[in-house]
Ligand binder design. Structure first.
Ligand SMILES: [Zn+2]
Length: 416
């Protein structure tokens, strides 16, 4: 990460407004009150020091742009004051003997507005990411500026012994993470893996903040890693790895979580086998559109995509954000692929169906991959879906056949 320091007069910062993006994908603090804004302007007019800002320079098609890592509220406050959106409090003391109470920028005495225009702001500029790790470095730096404790959370969890810790470690080692944009600095893989497990345990979108993750580590020290939830998490990640077999720059942290939710739904309720390539193609196209939309003039942007961006820009660990993102993506994905079928909701053959299948097959194994049609007794055969359930095969007598235990086991192992 290369950094350089610039001292920019406010006049320049205002002139550069079109080149500065104050809302990149980092988490945002709450907006300032009018009082806080007025206090900053008052400090500037009195030529007090204000904290330096951190910007990141990004090379775009139309030239260099700046993303604000830290200093967003100060920047907005300055722009808004210069645009005349508010004035100073009426009871503000005069500056250099000149009255400023209640004044907006345009009403300031020339001597005072000159102080504002020429006020020097220190800006640390971080050079555009060359390596994929940089996104994380910048995010980490932002978090450090906001509060120093967040970074330690996963490190602390990794020290909490128990099956959940071990399972999260195993999942963090899944090859899918290597293909994401973010790196494993400060145990990011462990953190995202824990978030995925947390979502799977909740059966869908859930709050995955540090306190939630701490709770699942604490309450699941005897977690069964080969149980239903454990298997499902592995299956979703296996699917994601097949869908994204190479390094994919669109797989930011929040996208990895959104896709986890989408694929978990897909595997849970739909005939999903063979949909990996379609899902990846659709997702990349969606991200490409979304990024193009961001580069349009504000009034030309698609409001739905603007809203989606908002959901990915802050509180991304909140249940509401995860749920809204999932609903948004589900709607698009299932409209793009309307032929993806709901799995037959009943997976187990009923007694009547089993009887009909057994009679029809005369009690002999019909899979015949590991035997030559073994004769079976009622207690030892399995009712098998000819077209597998996970491929959309229905639980009907027509789609049923007799399987001996070894043929049936071999078949289900090759499918799941
Ligand atoms: Zn058999």
């Amino acid at each position: 990460m290369k950094m350089s320091k610039k001292t920019l007069p406010i006049a320049t910062i205002c002139a550069w407004k079109p080149r500065i993006d104050p809302t990149p994908d980092y988490q945002r603090p709450p907006a300032w009150s009018r009082k806080q804004k007025q206090l900053l302007i008052d400090s500037i007019l009195r030529e007090y020091d204000i904290p330096k800002m951190y910007w990141r320079s990004v090379e775009r098609d139309d030239g260099v742009r700046y993303e604000v890592i830290d200093g967003q509220q100060r920047l907005r406050t300055i722009w808004e004051y210069q645009a005349g959106e508010y004035g100073l409090p009426r009871d503000t003391d005069p500056i250099q003997g000149i009255a400023v109470g209640g004044k907006k920028y345009a009403d300031l005495d020339m001597d005072i507005s000159t102080v504002f225009d020429s006020y020097a702001v220190d800006v640390v500029i971080i050079d555009d990411a060359v390596q994929t790790d940089e996104e994380d470095e910048v995010r980490d730096m932002f978090l450090r500026l906001q509060n120093g404790t967040t970074l330690k959370a996963q490190e602390k969890r990794n020290a909490m012994p128990g099956q959940m810790r071990d399972f999260a470690k195993e999942i963090a080692g899944h090859a899918f993470f290597e293909n994401c944009k973010f790196s494993n600095s400060r145990f990011t893989y462990d953190q995202v893996a824990s978030q995925m497990i947390c979502i799977e345990m909740a059966g869908g979108p859930a709050s995955v903040r540090d306190s939630d993750l701490n709770r699942i580590y604490r309450e699941n020290t005897t977690f069964d890693t080969s149980g239903k939830t454990g298997k499902k998490v592995r299956r979703v990640l296996d699917y994601l790895l097949r869908a994204f077999p190479e390094k994919t720059p669109e797989l930011e942290r929040y996208n990895a979580i959104s896709l986890y939710c989408l694929v978990s739904t897909l595997i849970g309720g739909y005939a999903h086998i063979g949909t990996e390539a379609d899902l990846a193609k659709w997702f990349i196209a969606f991200e490409t559109d979304r990024r193009a939309n961001d580069r349009l003039e504000e009034e030309d942007r698609d409001p739905a995509l603007v809203e989606y961006k908002r959901l990915t820009s802050y509180s991304t660990d909140a249940e509401e954000s995860i749920r809204s993102r999932l609903e948004f993506l589900e709607k698009l994905f299932f409209s793009a692929y309307p032929d993806i079928e709901l799995k037959d909701s009943i997976r187990t053959f009923s007694f009547e169906q089993r009887l009909a299948i057994f009679r029809r097959g005369l009690g002999h194994c019909q899979i015949k991959t590991h035997c030559t049609g073994e004769k079976l007794s009622w207690g030892e055969w399995h009712a098998d879906h000819i077209i597998p359930y996970s491929h959309g095969g229905k639980t009907t007598v027509t789609n049923g056949q007799i399987g001996c235990p070894s043929c049936n086991l071999a078949k289900s192992n090759t499918i799941d």
